[in-house]
Design a protein around this ligand. Structure first.
Ligand code: SF4
Length: 458
């Protein structure tokens, strides 16, 4: 059962302007709260953290985790590695390496081997979504999957204030002069959007773009604003900073500059949408997050909220209902409940689709109309964003009902389709069509894959 209260609510004042202190695998044992764990438990964490990167900070540890409730605490599970996040064979492989006094390169080799078995680039991200400029330049820092929205991965935003244990990402660092890099990447992004009048939205994503210092962030944004792109209507920023480090918008030394950049977007007549990642009600309870939300909203930005549904963290309809209500109260718009992706520790966090729909339905029934802006549960799968609409009976046959909220072909959007009832199915790939040999999108998706392969090889 997920936790619904946070007894540590008032530990830090909003005026305390704390400095961030980060913890990773290298200083895990220095976290004061870790002292109460046995050597065996710490070893288990270290084994897992060799594969699924670990990072937390003083705010997460002191404000968000209820240590009296560990190991059951949702925020603890969200940020700290647990033995069963690795399948037992993978756990055994890494544990035996670590027990033999290994050289760093042996650990890395084993970590890479295991990671490759965890589908590190789900939903065709590598081969299907890489955009190409008219002059043939391939833009590996971008993805263009849906007609109207392009994703942009700024190099300096590929890490986060803390890492979610369900998320599978490799932090990347660049050794180049950061400002120059931001402007070069920003220029290519602007050029691509200019070449594609159908694009109205750019999503800055990562990692967490809000890890970037205000100066670097504004270099990207100003490059876009200065480019005067008539088709650009919305800039979206996917971020978990409101949850993991709200001081980014409250008291960090450059927080005013970040907020000022937000204001410039608004003044230019472009909508700024903060796609805020909140997994649990506990993340919305501190004074700092409330003030951060207020400060961001005052710039004219709109905050929309999203999270996957996760076993061991938030598979609890009451918690979701309370979380959505709290978000509405704070002026945010509940936007998406996602199904956990087919990558990383999906076996640990995954919720079967039938159960996910039940939780969604129970939760949405408890909130007022303003909270029912939320969509889901939705899978970001290879053909598009697929929502489970429920379970129904057609001519005496029990089926699962789906529709696409987004599709690689826009004509697929909002088309309902049916799959054989399977209460264990956890992802689109587990489903079988209910009445036909294949789903309606399969042939066309194969064609799209072929075309993309050819253009990437040319
Ligand atoms: S903040 Fe986002 S990108 Fe970073 S670890 Fe969490 S889910 Fe992944």
């Amino acid at each position: 059962m997920a936790q619904t209260t946070n007894p540590q609510e008032s530990l830090w004042g909003v005026d305390s302007s704390p400095a961030i202190k980060s913890y990773t695998l290298s200083n895990l044992r220095k976290i004061p709260q870790i002292e109460k764990f046995t050597e065996e438990q710490i070893f288990e964490m270290e084994v897992v953290a060799q594969v699924l990167p670990f990072k937390a900070n003083n705010y997460v540890i002191e404000q968000l985790i209820d240590w009296d409730n560990v190991p059951g605490d949702s925020m603890f599970n969200l940020t700290f590695p647990q033995k069963h996040m690795l399948k037992s064979e993978h756990y055994g492989m890494m544990a035996s390496v670590l027990k033999n006094n290994p050289a760093p390169k042996e650990i890395k080799a084993m970590a890479d081997k295991i990671r490759l078995e965890l589908n590190p680039h789900p939903a065709g991200q590598m081969e299907l979504n890489v955009p190409v400029l008219k002059d043939g330049t391939k833009l590996y820092g971008m993805q263009h999957k849906y007609k109207e929205t392009t994703l942009f991965f700024p190099s300096q935003g590929q890490t986060c204030h803390a890492y979610c244990s369900f998320c599978f990402r490799w932090p990347q660092f660049v050794g180049m002069d950061e400002m120059k890099f931001a402007m070069k990447e920003g220029d290519e992004l602007a050029q691509y959007v200019r070449e594609h009048p159908e694009i109205s939205d750019i999503l800055f994503t990562g990692g967490d773009p809000m890890i970037m210092p205000a100066k670097i962030f504004s270099a990207y944004i100003d490059t876009l604003l200065d480019a005067d792109l008539p088709n650009l209507k919305t800039i979206r920023i996917g971020t978990k900073a409101l949850s993991y480090w709200p001081y980014k918008f409250v008291s960090d030394k450059d927080y005013q500059e970040t907020l000022e950049t937000f204001r410039r977007v608004n003044k230019k007549g472009i909508h700024l949408a903060i796609m805020a990642h909140f997994n649990h009600l506990a993340e919305l309870k501190t004074g700092a997050v409330k003030l951060a939300i207020k400060n961001v909203r005052e710039t004219g930005a709109q905050i929309r909220t999203q999270s996957p549904l996760l076993t061991n963290i938030n598979d609890d309809a009451d918690m979701w209902a309370e979380m959505w209500q709290k978000q509405v109260e704070l002026g945010c718009i509940p936007y998406y409940m996602f199904v956990v992706r087919d990558t990383g520790a999906q076996h640990y966090f995954g919720v079967p689709l039938v159960k996910a729909h039940k939780i969604f339905q129970q939760a949405i029934q408890k909130v007022s109309g303003l909270g029912r802006t939320v969509r889901g549960p939705s899978m970001s799968a290879t053909p598009g964003k697929v929502q489970i609409d429920g379970v129904a009976e057609v001519n005496g046959t029990k089926v699962m009902v789906f529709r696409m909220l987004q599709g690689r072909n826009p004509e697929w959007v909002n088309r309902p389709f049916f799959a054989k009832y399977d209460e264990n199915a956890i992802w689109l790939d587990d489903l079988k069509p209910a009445f036909e040999d294949k789903f309606f999108f399969e042939d066309e998706l194969n064609e799209i894959k072929q075309q993309k392969k050819q253009s990437m090889n040319s």
